[in-house]
Design a protein around this ligand. Structure first.
Ligand code: GLY
Length: 555
């Protein structure tokens, strides 16, 4: 007698609804911007840690080996998915303005923005969130002690890592500022010059700082000897930090923002990141069009127009949710998007109002990593110290390179920051406030699987995610999500920025004929790290952006 077979539709429905199923084999997968970070994270997974333990390790190793991108003196957002119960949360470890900060901190007596003040030196540094976020991640979601998960970073800080071409490019770019501060120069340069390829960068002070964190948890960073050194160093160099700034710092658990696009479920960063809202707004707008029915040129024009509108709302409405009321529900409502696209014309660009452009960064700062473990836990984390090498300031005796995230505030509403972004009142500086971010760690779920992805790249982060998600909607795999040529519009400046080769000569001419201004970039941008887990089989795959030197590995 044959046994009755389960009803196949019910089986398929269950596969779609279940938050996570055990992987068929292996420890998990990690994609990060540096092979040493990916490897250290995989070792933690194979040593019994879960994705959240590995997330501590990867962040700490990146802080050591990619000091120009993120670090213990910076902050970030960790989007988490816990497989056992499907719980999803965004850890907000974003920097805060010091309590002595005020709205006009970067203005001179005549109300003009003082160039460089919000980008260089200790006055540009917000209160770091990464150490608190790692301690929180370990205590609430991990299963291994910090002493174990921080050990690889401590070893690399003490024994050193070799300088590569990218390190040299970043150090060259910030050389003048790194030379200004003796502790930074000693840590990252060789006798005041960019170190030679293969030179070993040892960071004994940073190793000691990481050990304090491993032994004492968050208090090892935010109270006691290290906190005293940080505050004394910052104040002696003209900064405004106080002991209370560090003691008061808190990680916040925030509900991610959610949206849908053509049957795909998008889960992404909530304010104080603008990322999730802008991404979902762009997708909601695009959902009003049958993209396949348009020519490739028309599709590019449409993408630019939806970027323009979503970034306009970013500038107008978004800031720290603990300080400003924002119409988040409206901004991610498909009906609101229907109103936004009403004035898009197929035969003409919609002018943004004119504003002067800022000094655009190369988009190489910040970092992202993605992790999926064997149980189906997921982490999508984007971390930053803002500009390459952040503020370029290290408080003596700490090894902690401070961020220059204060530049992500509107120094003066309407005046562009280093990314050319303008902001409004919602993102004005206030004591203890978090500055608006573009970091967009994201999960994308379909009936067939789930993707974990994100990228660095300043204001262009969100449009990069749009290109990646659209590639996924078209049925492409991780290699195409991270590799697709990129173009970007952020409302102001009113120009399409694009990578070499992203727009053909003919497309450039046609876009100009529609009224678009073009700003070709000399180099590529971004460094996307993406993983994919197939539903049912648990099979893992991934890709690291070919523009960077990262590695995506499945073990
Ligand atoms: N500092 C880059 C960002 O948070 O958007």
């Amino acid at each position: 007698m044959t046994r009755p077979r389960p009803f196949p539709w019910l089986f398929l429905l269950l596969l779609f609804l279940l938050p996570g199923l055990p992987a068929a084999q292996g420890q998990g997968a990690i994609a990060s911007a540096h092979p040493l970070a990916t490897e250290a994270g995989l070792d933690i997974l194979s040593g019994g840690g879960n994705a959240f333990d590995a997330a501590v390790t990867v962040a700490a190793v990146l802080a050591v080996v990619e000091p120009y991108s993120s670090g213990m003196g910076g902050g970030g957002f960790w989007l988490l998915h816990r497989a056992s119960d499907g719980y999803e949360v965004m850890l907000d470890g974003r920097e805060r303005a010091p309590l002595a900060a005020h709205r006009d901190l970067y203005l001179d007596d005549s109300g003009e923005v003082v160039p460089g003040l919000s980008v260089n030196g200790p006055l540009s540094a917000g209160i770091p969130g990464q150490p608190a976020a790692l301690a929180h991640l370990a205590a609430r979601y991990g299963r291994l002690p910090l002493a174990q998960t921080l050990a690889p970073a401590i070893r690399l800080a003490r024994e050193g890592f070799p300088v590569d071409a990218h390190y040299r490019r970043m150090a060259e770019w910030r050389l003048e500022q790194l030379r200004r501060w003796p502790a930074a120069s000693a840590q990252f340069l060789a006798a005041g010059e960019v170190p030679l390829p293969g030179a070993i960068i040892k960071q004994p002070d940073l190793a000691e700082t990481l050990e304090r964190l491993a032994e004492q948890g968050r208090d090892g960073f935010y109270r006691g000897t290290l906190a005293e050194r940080l505050v004394a160093g910052v104040q002696a160099a003209g900064g405004i930090w106080k002991a209370q700034d560090l003691a008061d710092y808190q990680v916040v658990e925030r509900k991610p923002v959610r949206g849908e696009y053509r049957g795909m479920k998008i889960t992404s960063a909530a304010p104080p990141s603008s990322g999730g809202i802008v991404l979902i707004s762009m997708l909601n707008q695009l959902a009003r069009f049958d993209l396949e029915s348009y020519s490739p040129l028309q599709r590019k024009h449409l993408l630019v127009e939806v970027m323009r509108r979503a970034y306009r709302d970013r500038a107008e409405y978004l800031g720290d949710p603990d300080f400003v009321d924002m119409p988040v529900v409206r901004l991610i409502d498909p009906d609101y998007a229907a109103g936004l696209v009403r004035d898009i014309q197929l035969d003409a660009a919609t002018p943004s109002r004119h504003t002067p452009a800022g000094e655009h960064g190369e988009g190489q700062d910040t970092t992202h990593y993605s992790i999926i473990d064997a149980e189906g836990n997921r982490v999508s984390a984007t971390l930053s110290i803002n500009y390459p090498f952040g503020s370029c300031f290290v408080a003596p005796g700490t090894g902690v390179l401070l961020n220059d995230e204060m530049d992500d505030f509107s120094a003066r509403p309407g005046t562009p920051n280093v990314y050319g972004l303008v902001g409004g009142e919602a993102n004005a500086i206030a004591p203890g406030k978090r500055m608006l971010s573009s970091m967009t760690p994201t999960f994308v779920e379909t009936g067939r699987g789930v993707a974990v992805l994100g990228t660095p790249g300043g204001s262009r982060i969100i449009s990069m995610l749009l290109h990646g998600v659209l590639a996924m909607a078209e049925g492409e795999g991780p290699g195409e999500w991270v590799g697709r040529p990129r173009y970007h519009h952020q409302y102001l400046p009113d120009a399409i920025q694009f990578e070499p080769g992203a727009l053909s000569a003919g497309e450039q001419q046609q876009l100009q004929a529609l009224g678009h201004r073009l700003e070709p970039l000399d180099s590529t941008y971004g460094n996307m790290q993406a993983l994919y887990r197939e539903r049912g089989t648990g099979r893992l795959s991934g890709a690291s952006d070919p523009r960077g030197m990262g590695s995506a590995r499945v073990e």
